[in-house]
Design a protein around this ligand. Structure first.
Ligand code: PRX
Length: 684
């Protein structure tokens, strides 16, 4: 039964998550912060829109300065800083040489602890980007506007590849290394890439994975979809060794280190691109259908990534900044590569999984490198809290600033992050945004606002959200939940879905647009697809995707609220809530919990979870079942696969789970919930 069938509107979503007490940022943080001027919000008010974004554009070096801040003639594909010419590689590398030549641009931490770190200075980055750009130009014939797919793990050669392509104006499409060859091939076909850049292998959880084997599958898949890949460039993880079992294909496959031999000392002039020319594509999943290639611009995107990195990430050139995300996601693009490097920061990259070989690893890295800004996702925080709640205290590191991104963070988990990881001193920003938005939409400004656990905070300067009910009426502060939209364009917003402008308009702008012919940005609120509530203090709490909301007897409950209640039970480390079809109530929640190490399950924990939900939310949210599971099914990026759990709870086929990080646990859970025998053919 769909939500529409129950006639329940967004405005009727019930929110039971308690308002939390606020935490003030430390005086030591405020004293050194990049942004301490509350007037920034006035400067970025709608009255000063769009000219206010000049402040971000001026963080960059322009080959030719722009004349028009915002051109809306192709609404809702906005064009920023029109007339400007700029090169992203120049802005992230060349322009820093004079002052920061010998400074570490990238510090790479391999997964094996006995392998030394690799430090790449800005000068070294300059040399390597230039030489590889020469390979791309001379050996592959690539030129501005071409697309190239990159399927690589977390190695420094990945940002080098991106920056070399950007130097030529070639549009890169990075596919997350953990994705299958088939998924990569589909993206190659959609983007029309003739060149694939990959690596032979990489370390993950103590094993050298054969990554090269995925390339053949990717090329075959692309071919079946009508796209020929002419060249596959292969970086080698180990110097002079080839760690894959797959044979090189003559005339198609090339080792990058061999091609580089011919380009020693070659320099490639950065190509001056129009501000609105695409810099990259980033594929993301929609609710249905094939992945969408979100097209990001060069000037607008880079300005927004740089501005938000400076003000929200509080990056100064002398900081050691570590974002433990994967560059295969938008977070890595904006906040490992483009934002930090545009600001001449030192950006740390880690090859492996956070918990390898134990849950103390991230804190050892932080201690060794003297990291002072740390950036990760709630799922990782939950995992580290579960596996080693007392680990951070054992290491001598001190963060001034920490970020959480990607999903709502339960207040209980937030508090562990704050007290144990941040040692009660680091400012935390809970940054809400999307692949489509290029950079942050909501976050506290770390020196200006108090932190509220579980709440992203106010909108970013120049971002003007509105929460609409289903009929398009704005919901006032303190009101019910609804669809959070952004009223105005901003420079980081994606320009279109590659090759599918109709889907772009339909998915993101049609819902609240009143006049499809309008060239006035005011007529085109951006539909984020997230449900949110706005508290009277101006803080937004993101409840999750509109379809992540469970409708129980006409009451809509954010899955996160339920999960948060579960985490209040001492033994519980992780919780996932899924809707189960119910004849009377429409849906009822089924709850899956994983316990902290050494904790025992049983009825006491199950009763504790039910009681916690009833007391924090109410009897309406009483779960159908509380399943205590050995581990949650997770993607390789660590997101809990609620879809898989929902299928199990609803007696459905779980679908293809082979790409999960832990496919075996799915069968264990299935047997626990559905019993032996049931549904076996579907799984096999
Ligand atoms: O539902 C929101 C959630 O993640 C979605 C975007 O996912 P993706 O495009 O993969 O980008 C992730 C990294 C930006 C959003 O629609 N989300 C992201 N950040 C938060 C969040 N939900 C709550 N709080 C956040 N801080």
């Amino acid at each position: 039964m769909s939500d529409q069938d129950l006639n329940v509107t967004e405005a009727q979503i019930a929110v039971h998550w308690q308002e939390e007490n606020k935490f003030q940022p430390a005086a030591s943080f405020i004293a050194q912060a990049n942004m301490t001027d509350p007037n920034i919000y006035k400067r970025f008010s709608l009255d000063n829109f769009p000219e206010c974004f000049k402040e971000y554009a001026d963080l960059l070096d322009w080959e030719q300065y722009w004349h028009t801040t915002l051109d809306t003639s192709d609404a809702p594909s906005w064009k920023w800083f029109v007339g400007g010419k700029i090169n992203a590689s120049y802005n992230c590398v060349d322009r820093h040489l004079e002052e920061h030549r010998n400074k570490a641009a990238i510090i790479w931490v391999p997964e094996p602890e006995d392998e030394p770190h690799v430090v790449i200075t800005y000068q070294e980055l300059y040399v390597r980007v230039n030489e590889f750009a020469a390979v791309l130009r001379d050996s592959c014939g690539l030129k501005a506007g071409d697309r190239v797919t990159i399927h690589m793990p977390m190695v420094p050669e990945l940002p080098i590849t991106m920056l070399a392509l950007a130097r030529l104006g070639v549009i890169h499409s990075v596919v997350f290394g953990g994705f299958s060859g088939k998924a990569c091939g589909e993206r190659i076909a959609d983007s029309g890439s003739k060149v694939l850049i990959t690596m032979d292998g990489y370390n993950r959880n103590g094993t050298m994975l054969d990554h090269r084997r995925k390339a053949d599958e990717a090329v075959e898949t692309a071919k079946a979809e009508g796209q020929d890949v002419e060249k596959v460039l292969i970086w080698r993880r180990m110097r002079g060794e080839y760690v894959s079992e797959k044979k090189m294909v003559k005339g198609r496959d090339y080792f990058v280190d061999e091609l580089l031999q011919k380009q020693k000392g070659v320099r490639v002039e950065p190509v001056a691109m129009n501000a609105e020319d695409p810099l990259f594509l980033m594929y993301t999943s929609g609710t249905t259908g094939k992945p969408k290639g979100c097209q990001h611009s060069t000037g607008g995107y880079l300005a927004y990534a740089a501005g938000t990195s400076k003000f929200v990430q509080d990056i100064h050139p002398e900081d050691v900044y570590w974002c433990m995300a994967d560059i295969g996601w938008i977070t890595g693009h904006s906040y490992i590569v483009y934002g930090p490097l545009a600001l001449a920061a030192t950006s740390v990259m880690y090859e492996g999984v956070p918990g390898f070989p134990d849950a103390g690893r991230p804190w050892r890295i932080a201690e060794q490198l003297n990291v002072n800004i740390f950036h990760t996702a709630p799922t990782t925080v939950r995992m580290l809290r579960k596996a080693g709640p007392a680990e951070p205290a054992k290491y001598n590191f001190k963060f001034k600033h920490m970020t959480t991104v990607g999903e709502p963070i339960e207040p209980e988990v937030w508090r562990w992050y704050y007290h144990e990881v941040g040692k009660g001193e680091a400012a935390i920003v809970d940054t809400w945004w999307q692949t489509e938005t290029g950079g942050f939409l909501c976050s506290t400004m770390p020196a200006l606002h108090a932190m509220k656990p579980g709440s992203a905070g106010p909108a970013m300067p120049g971002i003007h959200p509105v929460i609409y009910d289903e009929d398009g009426n704005p919901v006032p502060p303190g009101g019910t939940a609804g669809n959070i939209c952004i009223q105005n364009p901003w420079p980081g917003a994606f320009q279109t879905i590659w090759g599918d402008q109709d889907r772009f308009v339909r998915t993101y702008y049609e819902k609240y647009n009143k006049d499809p012919e309008s060239k006035d940005w005011r007529d085109w609120p951006y539909f984020t697809g997230d449900a949110a509530v706005l508290a009277t203090d101006g803080y937004y709490r993101i409840l999750g995707r509109v379809d992540d909301v469970i409708n129980v007897a006409g009451h809509r409950l954010g899955t996160k609220e339920l999960e948060s209640a579960c985490l209040l039970v001492d033994a519980v480390a992780e919780a996932a809530v899924v809707p189960v079809a119910d004849e009377i109530k429409g849906r009822v929640p089924d709850i899956y919990v994983a316990l902290k190490p050494g904790k025992r399950g049983g009825k006491r924990v199950q009763d504790g979870v039910v009681e916690s939900i009833e007391t924090t939310i109410g009897k309406i949210a009483r779960p159908n079942n509380v399943w205590i599971v050995p581990d949650m099914p997770k993607t390789r990026s660590g997101k809990i696969m609620r879809r898989v759990l929902a299928s199990i709870s609803n007696g459905r086929d779980v679908g293809d789970v082979t790409t999960l990080a832990n496919p075996d646990v799915v069968e264990e859970i299935r047997v626990m919930v559905q019993g032996e025998g049931h549904g076996e053919e579907a799984i096999g």
